[in-house]
Structure formats: C-alpha cells, structure tokens
Design a protein around this ligand. Structure first.
Ligand SMILES: NC(=O)C1=CN([C@@H]2O[C@H](COP(=O)(O)OP(=O)(O)OC[C@H]3O[C@@H](n4cnc5c(N)ncnc54)[C@H](O)[C@@H]3O)[C@@H](O)[C@H]2O)C=CC1
Ligand SMILES: O=C(O)[C@@H]1CCC=N1
Length: 273
C-alpha cells in the first residue's frame, strides 16, 4: 500500500483506533496516517501504539492530506467540518465519514459544498480486519475515489456499497451497532450459565468460545444460519426446549424492535447534528 494516498483522521477515538489498527496491520505505512485528536492521552496512545503523526486540531492534520476520515461523534460533526471548510474549498480532498446518521449532504454543506463525500458505516471488529462496512458515495465521487474509499475500508474487512443513502441507517442498525448485540448475548449466556451453577470462569469460557465457534461456522461453512441451527436441534432435545422458550419470549420481534430503535436513533442523530 505504498502508493496509497495520505490519510487524516479527524477524531482519534474508539472507531478511528480500530480503523487505524486495521490499516497498519494490512501494511499501510504509519507515515501515511495523521490523526487530529484533542484529548492528549488518546493522541499520545495512538502515536505510541501505531507510530502515526498526531495533532491537537483538525486543520493541522488535514492540511495536505488526500483523504479526510471524519471520525468524530455526530454531535460535533458540524463544528469539526466548519473548521475545515476553508481547506476543503482549496484542497478538494476525498472526504470519508464514519458518523452514524449523518447525511452526506450535511457534511458537504458544512465543508462549503461541491465535496466528494463517501458516507460509511464500519464496526469495531475492524480492529481485527473482521469488520463489515456499508458505503455510500455522493455524486461528486468519481470511480478512482470510490476505489480509494473501498480500499481504505477493505483494510477493516468486508465492504458493501449501498446505492440509496436512506438505507445507511439500516446498515448502522444491523452491522454498525451489531457487535454490541453479540456481546450482549455473550453476557446473557454467561450469566445464565452462572445462574445454573457453573463457576464464573467456566461459564465465561464456554459462552465466549461458543459464540466464536458458531460465528466461524457461519462465515466458513457456506451454510445459512437456519441450516446450522437445525443441525444443533435434536427432535425433542435440549436445544428445541431452549428455542421454544426464545420463540415464546418473542425473540425475533425483540431483535426487530431493537434494530428499528437503532434506525430511529440514527435519524435523530442526523436531525440533532
Ligand atoms: N464505536 C463504534 O462501534 C462505531 C462508531 N461509529 C461512528 O464513529 C464516530 C466516532 O465514534 P467513536 O469512535 O465511538 O467515538 P469516540 O468518542 O471514541 O471518538 C470521537 C473522538 O473525536 C474527538 N473529537 C471531538 N471533537 C473533535 C474535533 N473537533 N476534532 C478532532 N477530534 C475531535 C474526541 O475527543 C474523541 O476522542 C461516530 O460518529 C460514530 O457514529 C461508526 C461505526 C461504529
Ligand atoms: O452507537 C453508535 O451510535 C455508534 C454507531 C454504530 C456503533 N456505534
């Protein structure tokens, strides 16, 4: 990736750290990466862990970088972009946003207009190169810049282009927030194991490895989730008893309700930003 453009991350928090970790792991030289992060401890940790160049403010990091990765919270996006507007008008970078809910047109407007903006939604497994990212490109993004955005996010794992920007809130609700749902299931499974008398360490080890193993089967077996589930489920066996309890408790409906809540919150973040 030696010929890859220079990147400036605006915001060096959790998600930026995950993406930077993925990029460095796949061979992007750290000298290609700059990060603007106002919190000194976060900034110094990024410099120490990855060898990237760090700055206290956005314009200092962005000046001269080919790609700006906007990795601040939606609530501070207006302020972060406005500070970059003059530079954006003269330098015309490729702008890649990872903010939940934030429409590309708002970002474009805050940057002064006519900007090439790719709105993306990654997730934290990016740190391991096992992420999933949805991408939407506004009409100002040409094929070459689409390819750059895709290469950037492929360092984090799977990429999926989304043609209709309105669907990015659904991407956020399924895969952006999704790792938290899996972690919640791990917590619940461990707690249930403990409630049934297992020692805490044993319950944790069994729950975690069950999720890891099942996730690998989903990814590697080529079989769909329903087929894999049915194979675990002996007629009138223990799994069937558990699955009936899930169904009686409205598991599918609960997941749909949770995803719908995340979609709604994404829209609220856009309205508040
Ligand atoms: N955490 C996650 O799983 C995911 C987060 N996202 C999106 O990524 C974005 C960042 O989220 P997190 O990393 O979780 O938040 P975070 O709070 O960990 O990181 C944001 C960072 O931006 C810094 N910051 C604030 N104002 C700034 C400015 N003007 N210039 C430069 N840096 C500034 C903050 O000090 C903070 O460290 C959000 O927009 C979120 O919607 C997207 C996908 C997944
Ligand atoms: O919770 C959030 O708002 C962000 C977006 C997706 C994951 N974390």
């Amino acid at each position: 990736m030696d010929s890859f453009p220079t990147l400036a991350f605006i915001g060096g928090g959790n998600m930026a750290r995950s993406l930077i970790g993925g990029l460095v792991r796949t061979g992007l030289p750290a000298t290609k990466i700059r990060v603007a992060e106002p919190v000194p401890a976060l900034r110094y940790a990024l410099a120490a862990d990855f060898g990237v160049a760090v700055y206290a403010d956005g314009p200092a990091a962005a000046d001269g970088a080919d790609v700006w990765v906007l990795a601040v919270k939606p609530q501070v996006m207006a302020q972060a972009c406005t500070a970059l507007a003059d530079l954006a008008q003269t330098q015309r970078p490729l702008v890649v946003s990872i903010a939940a809910g934030m429409p590309s047109a708002r970002i474009d407007g805050w940057l002064g207009g006519a900007q090439a903006v790719v709105r993306t939604m990654p997730n934290t497994p990016a740190l391991l190169g096992a992420g999933a990212t949805g991408l939407y490109a506004n009409p100002a993004v040409d094929a070459e810049r689409r390819a750059i955005a895709e290469t950037l996010m492929k360092a984090a794992g799977l990429t999926v282009w989304i043609a209709d920007e309105a669907l990015m809130d659904a991407v956020t609700a399924v895969s952006g927030s999704g790792p938290a749902y899996v972690f919640l299931l791990a917590e619940a499974l461990q707690a249930a194991g403990e409630a049934e008398g297992l020692p805490a360490e044993a319950a944790k080890a069994l729950a975690v490895q069950t999720l890891v193993g099942a996730a690998r089967m989903l990814g590697e077996s080529g079989e769909d989730a329903a087929t894999l589930r049915q194979r675990v489920t002996s007629p009138n066996g223990t799994t069937q008893a558990a699955l009936e309890a899930f169904a009686a408790g409205g598991f599918h409906e609960l997941v749909a309700t949770a995803v719908a809540a995340a979609v709604r919150r994404g829209r609220e973040l856009a309205a508040a930003g």
